[in-house]
Design a protein. Structure first.
Lengths: 542, 185
């Protein structure tokens, strides 16, 4: 009998390298996911502090300086230290399994990626005990982030933390790209890749194109702050707007870096739980490539309010509307996959359907922000906060939860509890909408983002209170999820190799998989090799 | 012989070379962001900095770096350590040349904090210089392991280091053009 250590199914008598020294893609994937969960919890606590401060007018739970630090670190944490590690963690764990490989292309480099990413996070959080966290917002606009206006060390920790974290992410993206291009099992052509692998490939390319621009901008900000440079210093004819251009050249592709893998996850889950292959595989994959191209040409829609000039404004407005087209295509793919299918509404599927509904709302408010007159009216208001949370929480996080319920059995050998899972879903769904739907109205009625409090006669009090109650409900939902994880790890139902009647290769090995992943691979003659093996009479037409 | 076989198997089919190629691609975007900043700030005294710079001498050092790409290409086809040494020597000449240019400018009062020219000049050429140093370290490591091992280092390692070295050289073509050639008195 094999000694089932959690996460990797090791033969008896072999010893694990230990979490510090491991180069196994599955264990590194779990480390990434662990990092993501830890920082998600920190970012969540920060969000609760912000919501508590805003619950009623004229509160003084946090002073303005602390409030600035908390919203800055909340944004950086959720985007770069929670969501991206969660995505890279799932990709690390799943991509080699889905393509029938024993590991990634460079296992040791993979460990380096993880430890650099974590180090970046630690550097950022070290700022709290080293004289103050960064407080210039997650995009740290210049000249606000320059030394005269941000004299503490916070922004310097932001620079170092993001640069180190980014180096880890770039190395990880190189690794995943080469893995997908060169390590596929015989028969697994690019046109047969599982869609999660497709999305990982596109995301990796986006990381490789976007993150270096951020690194460059960070280096220049560092020169300005530490060597007395003038890149973004208007007094020495420097160009503050250059920072915004470079940051959003990274920052907007970053949005797709965060959403595409979640789309990849639900593109795996919806077909399995509908009992049908995905509708329009080529369109799902192709539209992602279109999104990737367009995403490098939309960055200045974050900058309409700076006055770009008519030609630039029109260009970025049109491209930003255009990118909604390939995104909308996917919505129809998922719905068409469900139509006529035998739907199983297990927790992964609930979260996947929740993703579609919430992402449509976030997508539509996004298109409204591409309309310049609307953007000028609501820019820097809670309308924008609502929009981005519908995309990043309603979209990405719901997708990640779907993926967590779907692949937890593969990673641990045990199923998450369905009853708690349904509680988790409905509390999340209700709490999320309660938190963020009213923020649209707050934004339209003029509440700016990033204010630490507001006057009672603004009339913003009631909806802020609703929003804070929603946030508390979200916190309870996350606690339910945490309880579910802990309980299921100890005593969840044994999953077996293939608990969901899956289609793809990761279900063709044990749960958890052995160190080398596969004892034997099914023959790959289509997009659903495991389905073909289980149903030789109903093979997909390859 | 062996090098020929690698080439036939295809550049993009090799794990190491493909990884380095992708890395170099992302590095290009990093440098592009700094070059964009340089060009965007041209009107702040960068376009007419010819008098501050020592163009003739830097041209000579630049030629040494450009020539090192040729010696590196010879090194990868012959797998001969002498070509590697020549590459290191030429790269070293370039770095020393840059060092003297830095010393002269700093002595004349041009520093990263002095004005926009100093900020952009030292950032752009400094980042390139760091990449040259990393390249020299990689060349030295390649030479060291070639000398230390009984079994020949895989030709692909030579090609991987060469790819990075050519990239560093190519970046200087752009930087030299923008910073030195693109100026007037």
């Amino acid at each position: 009998m094999s000694a089932v250590s959690l996460w990797v199914n090791r033969p008896a008598g072999t010893r694990a390298a230990g979490w510090l020294r491991t180069v196994d893609h599955k264990e590194i994937g779990v480390l990434y996911i662990g990092m993501g969960i830890a920082f998600f919890a920190l970012g969540g606590i920060e969000a609760l502090l912000l919501r508590a401060q805003l619950a009623t007018p004229q509160e003084h739970l946090l002073d303005p300086e602390t409030y600035d630090q908390i919203f800055t670190v909340h944004g950086v944490t959720m985007i770069l230290l929670a969501v991206v590690p969660l995505i890279v963690g799932f990709a690390n764990y799943l991509v080699p399994l889905m393509i029938g490989a024993a590991d990634v292309a460079y296992p040791r480099l993979n460990a380096l990626s993880f430890w650099l990413s974590l180090l970046g996070g630690i550097v950022l959080y070290f700022s709290f005990v080293a004289g103050g966290a960064p407080d210039a917002g997650w995009f740290s606009y210049t000249p606000l982030a320059e030394r005269p206006f941000a004299p503490g060390a916070g922004v310097d920790y932001y620079i170092l933390g993001l640069a180190v974290n980014g180096a880890g992410t770039i190395i990880g993206a190189i690794n995943l790209t080469v893995t997908i291009l060169l390590m596929r099992a015989p028969g697994l052509a690019i046109s047969r890749l599982p869609l999660f692998v497709w999305m990982t490939l596109v995301t990796s390319v986006l990381i490789l194109g976007a993150y270096p621009a951020l690194s460059g901008a960070l280096v220049m900000l560092f020169v300005d702050r530490q060597l007395g440079g003038h890149f973004f210093d208007p007094l020495a004819s420097g160009q503050p707007l250059l920072w915004q251009h470079l940051f959003w050249f990274f920052g907007h592709p970053e949005v797709y870096i965060m959403i595409l893998p979640a789309m990849g996850m639900i593109s795996e889950i919806i077909p399995v739980f509908s009992g049908k292959p995905i509708f329009g595989y080529r369109f799902v994959a192709g539209s992602s490539v279109a999104i990737a191209f367009l995403s490098f040409g939309v960055w200045a829609h974050h900058m309409f309010a700076v006055g770009l000039g008519t030609a630039e404004t029109l260009f970025f407005s049109v491209t930003s509307m255009a990118i909604a087209v390939p995104t909308g295509v996917k919505i129809f793919n998922w719905i068409a996959t469900m139509i006529g299918g035998r739907l199983r509404l297990a927790t992964p599927m609930l979260f996947a359907i929740g993703f579609i509904a919430m992402f449509v709302i976030g997508g539509l408010s996004g298109v409204s922000l591409a309309v310049v007159p609307i953007d000028l009216e609501v820019t820097d208001s809670y309308y924008v906060v609502a929009h981005l949370h519908y995309v990043l929480f309603g979209g990405t996080m719901l997708g990640l939860f779907a993926g967590a319920y779907y692949w937890f059995p593969k990673m641990t050998g045990r199923l998450l509890h369905e009853g708690l899972g349904k509680w988790h879903f409905w509390l999340t769904f209700a709490g999320f909408n309660l938190t963020f739907l009213p923020q649209h109205w707050l934004g339209v009625s003029g509440m700016p983002r990033r204010v630490f409090t507001y006057a009672a006669d603004t009339g913003w009090g009631p909806w802020n209170l609703v929003s804070t109650i929603g946030a508390a409900m979200l916190a309870i939902a996350m606690l339910v999820f945490a309880v579910n994880i802990v309980r299921s790890l100890r005593g969840g139902a044994i999953a077996g190799d293939d608990p969901w009647d899956g289609f793809t290769l990761e279900w063709a090995t044990t749960s958890p998989p052995p160190p080398e992943n596969f004892a034997r691979l099914p023959e790959i003659r289509g997009r659903r090799p495991l389905w073909d093996q289980k149903h030789p009479d109903q093979r997909d037409v390859a | 012989m062996i090098a020929q076989a690698t080439r036939r198997a295809g550049w993009l089919g090799d794990r190491t070379l493909l990884g380095v190629a992708i890395f170099v691609g992302s590095e290009s975007i990093f440098f592009l962001s700094i070059v964009v900043a340089y060009v965007a700030n041209r009107d702040a005294g960068l376009g007419d900095a010819r008098a501050t710079l020592d163009l003739p001498r830097t041209t000579v050092f630049s030629l040494a770096l450009f020539a090192s790409s040729a010696t590196m290409a010879r090194a990868t086809t012959t797998l001969n350590a002498r070509w590697l040494l020549a590459t290191i020597a030429l790269g070293g000449i370039f770095i020393v040349g840059q060092g003297t240019e830095y010393a002269r400018l700093l002595a004349a009062g041009t520093a990263p904090s002095s004005a926009m020219f100093g900020t952009t000049f030292f950032t752009l050429t400094g980042l390139h210089g760091i990449h040259v140093l990393v390249g020299l370290a990689a060349l030295a490591a390649l030479g060291g392991s070639t000398a230390a091992r009984a079994v020949a280092v895989r030709p692909v390692a030579w090609e991987a280091v060469a790819l990075y070295w050519h990239f560093v050289d190519a970046v200087w073509v752009v930087v030299f053009s923008v910073v030195y050639l693109g100026t007037k008195l």
